[in-house]
Design a protein around this ligand. Structure first.
Ligand code: NAP
Length: 485
């Protein structure tokens, strides 16, 4: 069998796009093109620059396994530092030269055994493989609140932060109580005159201190890389045993321990009993994506902070009118209202074998075999696609394992064993049925609304342990694939 020289298009230059470029080159793929719609790389960390942004996955786990960073400033590092890390990795591995910045892929069609790509500016290209490294939470969910356009002050989504707007001494409203809103609240409360947090649903908050690494610790990590590797392995073990594996079994001891820590945090951190009750969720901890914060309760108890629990009636010129008739006068309104989690690479128009549109393949909802590929979309792979373990582990670790798996599928083509590889429809349907069944056991189905749930209220994410994910990603089971010679 002869090895063919194959071209690969990578869509997106965020965490998983950069990873793809590094690993594909290492695997001997030299014909790489990375399409990036923005003018800078970084994905989530480029787009989210709101005050207080940090990652709640420990820094030494939230980095590439092949590129540890002894210099992380904190156990949980700020967003800007993470962005700088990705820029540094891209520079070190020469990724930038392969990136076509400002090129948004609008169409991606499989025809005559190759993928034909088109960008918004009319560029095109033909490729043997496509890797959609397009991210998960990147389409802002702008709420349908009456009068939003009538507001006289500045109004923006948390992922589109307007840094030209002065906040000092202003009356700032924040809509939402997810991980984003909680970080914004803690970061802004001491800068602004008044902070009004509009809560539709209370959130459980896991307390988590965030100590800085001392210079001596950083120097030690630099001098002893083996200690850093060991630290990473320990964090990964703790994270999967204490969190990721616990939440997929709502009856587990681990799950009960998480609930107890959150409950205790609420009881001991919030002194005013009325405020405490307003902050008490009516569902189990981790049913929604757990909010992790060392300082949210402290922030919301400050004299210039107000937790508004009466629902939003409408937005007016001067502020937000709540259902109790009160007008909350504001200068700035921040929509920390999350993302449309079912979009994935859309609105890109993807057309597979025989003219099958992704919109039809994903009707009524996105499905992917083991989260990485779709029947009738040969030689097309996704990183952090539908049904993966997005909410309960480091997405970097997830993407690395998925890419190792994808490389094995690509090897089938490169080695000449087949020309096209895609998952079988029956294997995909079986996977989806098993996944749906297993989801019933998770804490995500215990009575809350969250971005984990699909249009039927069934968790769309990986419902098994991280150990199972690791195992599945070790090697493809070829019976599940259709190999076209
Ligand atoms: P989110 O968790 O989806 O929260 C959105 C918030 O907006 C919820 O409180 C929601 O209320 C509220 N909301 C939405 N529409 C509304 C409306 N029309 N009226 C009133 N309230 C409305 O979004 P997020 O906070 O941006 O976080 C998304 C995910 O990103 C997180 O779950 C996490 O996975 C990740 N993230 C991680 C970090 C970190 O690592 N520290 C930081 C930020 C984000 P309901 O609860 O009632 O729906």
């Amino acid at each position: 069998m002869t090895e063919r020289s194959l071209s690969v298009a990578i869509i997106g230059a965020g965490m998983s796009g950069i990873l793809s470029a590094v690993k594909l080159r290492e695997a001997g793929y030299t014909d790489l093109t990375i399409y990036e719609k923005a003018s800078r790389l970084g994905g989530t960390w480029r787009e989210n620059t709101y005050p207080g942004i940090a990652c709640d996955v420990p820094s030494h786990l939230y980095c590439y396994s092949f590129e540890p960073n002894p210099g992380w400033s904190h156990q949980y590092s700020p967003g800007q530092e993470i962005q700088a890390y990705f820029e540094g990795v891209a520079r070190k591995y020469g990724v930038e030269k392969d990136i076509r910045f400002g090129q948004e892929i609008t169409r991606c069609e499989f025809s005559d055994g190759r993928w034909q790509l088109e960008t918004a500016s009319g560029e095109g290209g033909s490729f043997d493989f496509v890797i959609a490294a397009t991210g998960v939470l990147h389409h802002p969910n702008v709420p349908d609140i009456e009068g939003l356009d009538d507001f006289d002050g500045a109004c923006f989504h948390s992922a589109r932060w307007d840094h030209s707007v002065e906040l000092a001494g202003k009356r700032v409203g924040v809509v939402g109580t997810g991980s984003t809103a909680v970080q914004i609240t803690a970061a802004l409360v001491d800068q602004v005159e008044k902070l009004s947090l509009f809560q539709r649903t209370a959130q459980w908050v896991m307390p988590q201190e965030n100590p800085a690494y001392t210079e001596a610790e950083q120097a030690r990590f630099r001098e002893h890389p083996e200690e850093l590797r060991e630290l990473r392995a320990n964090i990964a073990k703790l994270f999967s045993e204490g969190f990721a594996n616990a939440i997929v079994d709502a009856d587990s001891d681990g799950m009960r321990a998480i609930e107890e820590r959150c409950r205790e945090n609420l009881e001991t951190s919030v002194t005013d009993p009325e405020l405490r009750e307003k902050l008490r969720p009516g569902y189990r901890a981790a049913c929604k994506r757990l909010v992790i914060s060392p300082d949210f309760y402290e922030a919301i108890q400050k004299p210039n902070a107000e937790l508004v629990t009466s629902g939003i009636e409408r937005v007016e010129k001067g502020g937000v009118r709540t259902r109790d008739g009160r007008l909350h006068e504001l200068d700035v309104l921040v929509l920390a209202t999350g993302f449309r989690a079912d979009r994935f690479m859309r609105p890109m128009n993807v057309v597979g074998r025989g003219g099958l549109a992704l919109a039809d393949a994903w009707s009524p909802r996105p499905v992917a075999y083991l989260s990485v590929s779709i029947p009738d979309f040969p030689n097309f792979f996704m990183l952090n696609g539908p049904n993966g373990p997005v909410g309960n582990f480091s997405l970097i670790d997830v993407a690395e394992r998925q890419l190792d798996y994808i490389l094995q599928l690509m090897e089938l083509v490169r080695s000449g064993r087949c020309r096209e590889v895609s998952p079988r429809l029956d294997a995909t349907e079986r996977f989806d049925a098993e996944r749906t069944e297993a989801a019933q056991k998770t804490v995500w189905t215990t009575g809350c609304r969250s971005w984990y749930l699909d249009d039927r209220g069934i968790p769309a994410v990986w419902p098994w342990t991280f150990d199972r994910f690791r195992e599945e990603m070790t090697e493809p089971v070829l019976e599940a694939y259709e190999l076209v010679a």
